[in-house]
Design a protein around this ligand. Structure first.
Ligand code: 5GP
Length: 190
């Protein structure tokens, strides 16, 4: 998405450790009007997929996922993060290594809110190595629901997440795909 690429070039800062900071519009301060445009692109891609629920993981994917859920007129389900396993058997859970915090978390959703046969679209702000995405797909499948796709605002295509998710049979739709980035340059996949 051209507008998102331009915004990343204008406002993004590449930090050490391969982190792109775009927190003036995507996940700290939120440019709601702009994110509505991203959400519309996600909707246009999946509008015929029979989506019944949007799933994200706390916290930084919540703004975009909320706006996507609003356009689909379906509920948003937010997987909760915990540092350790201290869980009732009333939840689906998966282990996820956090790219930004370099630690393993347990992510979980209540069995009450995810059911067999549901068609779930996963939405997040970033796709890097795919750990969050794979964990969410795992949870959807434990419930007997169908992961219809995973949509991220920004995919760092030089990391392994896209290919891992495609290998899992997941439709991956990212609005901006970064081919390479460093402090002084940032290139998108053509
Ligand atoms: P993955 O699980 O695909 O390795 O990483 C995805 C998660 O890590 C996203 O939920 C996102 O919050 C965070 N993340 C990964 N890369 C970046 C990045 O370059 N910048 C920011 N701000 N978050 C990132």
């Amino acid at each position: 998405m051209r507008q998102l690429e331009e915004k990343i070039l204008k406002d993004g800062k590449v930090l050490e450790g391969g982190i792109l900071k775009v927190d003036n519009f995507l996940n700290h301060q939120v440019d709601v009007a702009f994110l509505k445009k991203l959400a519309q692109e996600v909707y246009d891609h999946y509008k015929d997929a029979g989506v019944t629920k949007i799933l994200t993981v706390e916290a930084s994917g919540i703004p975009l996922a909320t706006l996507v859920a609003d356009i689909f007129s379906v509920n948003l389900l937010i997987a909760k993060k915990h540092k350790s396993l201290n869980i009732s058997n009333n939840v689906y859970f998966s282990k996820v290594f956090s790219f930004t915090h370099k630690q393993e978390n347990i992510i979980m959703v209540s069995k009450e809110y995810l059911h067999s046969g549901e068609r779930v679209l996963i939405v997040d702000d970033f796709l890097a190595n795919g750990n969050a995405g794979l964990g969410l797909v795992d949870i959807v499948r434990q419930a007997g629901a169908v992961p219809v796709g995973i949509s991220c605002a920004i995919e760092k295509s030089f990391q392994s997440g896209h290919d891992l998710l495609v290998k899992e049979g997941i439709d991956v739709f990212s609005l901006a795909r970064i081919k390479s980035m460093s402090e002084n340059s940032l290139e998108f996949v053509k």
